[in-house]
Design a protein around this ligand. Structure first.
Ligand SMILES: NC(=O)C1=CN([C@@H]2O[C@H](COP(=O)(O)OP(=O)(O)OC[C@H]3O[C@@H](n4cnc5c(N)ncnc54)[C@H](O)[C@@H]3O)[C@@H](O)[C@H]2O)C=CC1
Ligand SMILES: O=C(O)C(=O)Cc1ccc(O)cc1
Length: 303
């Protein structure tokens, strides 16, 4: 048994999915859970997201061997401080946050002396809350561990084994590299989606009903991403500021080059880029990173 007792703090999409995935893949492992929102706790208990929903975070972690923080990245520090006095000495502390350097710092500052191995399952949907989670979320998805330099290798191996048991493929890298890579593969795409949907809705000469009525595939795909949780994404951009600004600078330069190609009627430049990007899409599909989940893209992720 990798871990016998796991505490999940935050019972939304990620926390709920962790609880359900543990129940499915690690029978015999008990999960406790806490969420700051009483209505989320109520729904979590009804859906059976964890074995026992607790009324306080301290109660949830009291006997835990692994504690996983599944709260927005800006709330990690406060959530960790709330369990500081109750965390068992040998417990392994981890999280699922989308940015890693700031979260690592927040967890280590709130829990001095604790064994902290941050993680990011690169798996999710645009949905959030206690009704959004499902047991198969992590199957065939990457989970990136970002252990600090002084992390105990045995703790890292245990956490890797845990995520593999939930169906994920594990990769290890340092937090700064994670933040740079995810800025370009996840954070900037979300920013672009938020922008284009906002731009369309601000247009004066195009009515809102026209935007909805004539939204072709491309715009519809952007609206799915732009429906992602505002608190979660606000926190991602505030905590991964430097990497996002670095990548946004590059993106802006490339967009300007494309703008110039269009203005000059440079069809070859457009064709070259679009050919290169199609190849990237094809290799993602070939590697099974597109729709490995049977219910990918559907909004009814009920178990
Ligand atoms: N949504 C996604 O697709 C993915 C999200 N993540 C990361 O997972 C984390 C959770 O995201 P979701 O589950 O999507 O969000 P969510 O909004 O579905 O759930 C977050 C839950 O945390 C609770 N919470 C907030 N502050 C708290 C505190 N101090 N103590 C206890 N509970 C608290 C909220 O009440 C909420 O129920 C975030 O850090 C996010 O960056 C990682 C991978 C994918
Ligand atoms: O729904 C989508 O397309 C996502 O991109 C989900 C997602 C959101 C945040 C993450 O840190 C990882 C995955």
């Amino acid at each position: 048994m990798i871990f016998r007792r796991i505490a999940v703090i935050g019972l939304g999409l990620l926390g709920g999915s962790v609880g359900l995935a543990v129940a499915e893949n690690l029978p015999g492992c008990t999960t406790t859970g806490f969420d700051a929102d009483p209505e989320v706790r109520r729904r979590a208990a009804i859906r059976g997201l964890v074995s026992r929903v607790c009324e306080t975070a301290a109660e949830a972690v009291a006997e835990a061997e692994l504690v996983i923080f599944c709260v927005p990245v800006g709330a990690m520090g406060a959530a960790a401080s709330a369990i500081a006095g109750a965390l068992p000495k040998d417990a392994l502390v981890s999280d699922v946050g989308s940015s890693k350097a700031a979260v690592t710092e927040a967890l280590r500052a709130a829990l001095p002396g604790a064994i902290v191995v941050p993680a990011h399952p690169v798996a999710g949907t645009e949905r959030s809350g206690p009704d959004a989670g499902f047991a198969h979320l992590f199957r065939h998805r990457w989970c990136i561990l970002t252990p600090p330099d002084d992390a105990d290798p045995a703790a890292v191996s245990r956490l890797a084994a845990f995520w593999e048991a939930l169906g994920a493929n594990v990769e290890i890298m340092d937090a700064a590299h994670h933040d740079l890579v995810l800025a370009v593969t996840s954070h900037i795409p979300h920013l672009i989606a938020y922008t284009i949907v906002g731009t369309a809705s601000d247009l004066e000469d195009v009515t809102r009903s026209e935007v909805i009525k004539y939204s072709a595939g491309g715009f519809r795909d952007f609206t799915r991403i732009a429906a992602s949780d505002p608190v979660m994404w606000r926190d991602v951009f505030l905590t991964n500021r430097d990497a996002v600004l670095e990548m946004l600078g590059r993106f802006t330069e490339d967009l300007t080059a494309l703008q110039r190609a269009i203005r000059r009627g440079d069809g070859a430049a457009l064709h070259d880029l679009f050919t290169r990007t199609r190849d990237i899409r094809r290799s993602i599909v070939e590697q099974g990173q597109d729709d490995a989940r049977p219910d990918f893209g559907r909004s009814d992720h009920e178990d």
